[in-house]
Design a protein around this ligand. Structure first.
Ligand SMILES: Cc1c2[nH]c(c1CCC(=O)O)Cc1[nH]c(c(CCC(=O)O)c1C)Cc1[nH]c(c(CCC(=O)O)c1C)Cc1[nH]c(c(C)c1CCC(=O)O)C2
Length: 340
């Protein structure tokens, strides 16, 4: 299958048969078949059910013919698996029973063992068998982004508690983030061992840090997590609002840098030391008329040519009210206009 090689070829900086395309948060959210599959099941229950996980992972591949599947799970699944009291509230996101704030809270984290997540190994196996040669992207939340949920106790606007802890007690911060890096690295490793052919590390909220703070408080731990995965496996590193961090993010050793919609890819290419780029259509562009949306996509494709490789994606996750027909149009358009 031609489209199969495309994602991995592009991620490795080789010449793909066409520009590969997939969407962050393509599994779940806007698809009616997802809502049907999930009915009556909580998010964490769905993540622990291998058959359901495999089905939801496959749904966008069937509907859109994207060049890669992304594993259906959540960034907090490994934390729940080691006993952190956490729930995923619909429309809100992860919420903790009790936020992390003190030294004593370190005891609530232990290393992740593959035995803690047998359902992940099983679901990855099921999905890769069904996908055949089409790649499966495994993922994890990066230590800073995970820490922000643990310390705030849920989603946050300004990360006041997180940033206060990191400045008041750098030693506790280092111990907490080191533990998270090990957990997140192991979560990635479990997925690649089970058959995922690439990984993406989501540092969604790292953009809230200045470059100096990012380099000190987030980068070392993201690097540690990414280094758990062998260099032969494409490793994408993504964050939102990270225009000012692109150079620093490259220092993690990631092979692909995910760029949000605020920074044109040709500009990003000049700041990412020859890395392959992923992105970056504004997720709201899919709400425009097809012609206007495709014109925006063409701008992304043109700017992407400045990078050594380009994987087409949105600049952040699929919005929950997205019309799936628009995503299908985008995939077809990218495939048709970039075929070599
Ligand atoms: C920050 C973050 C989270 N989770 C994730 C991130 C990083 C990506 C990003 O920046 O958007 C990553 C994630 N979450 C989910 C995936 C699955 C694969 C995919 O389709 O990309 C991935 C890659 C499923 C999910 N994760 C979640 C859902 C929705 C739950 C539901 O349908 O009930 C899905 C399909 C819940 C969740 N979990 C989280 C949030 C913010 C939410 C959304 C809350 C909501 O809008 O309902 C934490």
């Amino acid at each position: 299958m031609e489209s199969t090689a495309a994602y991995l070829a592009a991620a490795r900086g080789e010449t793909p048969s066409h520009t590969p395309v997939w969407f962050m948060r393509q599994a779940g959210r806007s698809l009616p078949e997802y809502k049907e599959a999930r009915a009556g099941t909580t998010m964490l229950e769905a993540c622990r059910n291998p058959e359901m996980t495999c089905e939801i992972t496959m749904q966008p591949v069937r509907r859109y013919d994207v060049d890669a599947a992304v594993f259906f799970s959540d960034i907090v699944v490994p934390l729940a698996a080691i006993g952190v009291g956490i729930e995923i509230k619909p429309g809100t996101g992860p919420v903790l029973d009790e936020p992390f704030r003190t030294e004593k809270d370190l005891d609530r984290l232990r290393n992740l063992d593959p035995c803690d997540v047998p359902y992940i190994t099983e679901a990855v196996g099921l999905a890769t068998a069904e996908l055949g040669p089409k790649p499966l992207i495994g993922f994890a939340g990066a230590p800073f982004t995970l820490a922000s949920y643990l310390i705030e106790g849920g989603p946050s606007r300004d990360y006041v508690n997180t940033k206060t802890l990191m400045r008041n007690d750098p030693d506790l911060w280092d111990r907490l983030l080191s533990k998270l890096a090990a957990i997140c690295g192991e979560f990635l490793r479990v997925q690649t061992e089970a058959g995922a052919s690439a990984v993406q590390l989501f540092d969604s909220w790292a953009g809230s840090l200045s470059e100096a703070d990012y380099r000190r408080y987030a980068l070392p731990y993201a690097t540690q997590a990414l280094m758990t995965v062998p260099e032969s496996t494409p490793r994408t590193y993504f964050g939102v609002g990270t225009s000012h961090l692109l150079e620093a993010m490259t220092d993690t050793g990631a092979s692909v840098i995910g760029v949000d919609w605020r920074t044109p890819l040709d500009e990003a290419a000049g700041r990412t030391k020859g890395r392959v780029l992923q992105g970056n259509l504004d997720p709201t562009a899919v709400f425009a008329e097809p012609e206007a949306m495709l014109a925006e996509a063409d701008k992304v494709l043109a700017a992407g040519r400045a990078a050594p490789g380009h994987i087409f994606n949105l600049g952040h996750g699929v919005h929950p009210t997205t019309n799936p027909d628009q995503l299908k149009r985008l995939v077809d358009h990218v495939h048709e206009t970039t075929a070599r």
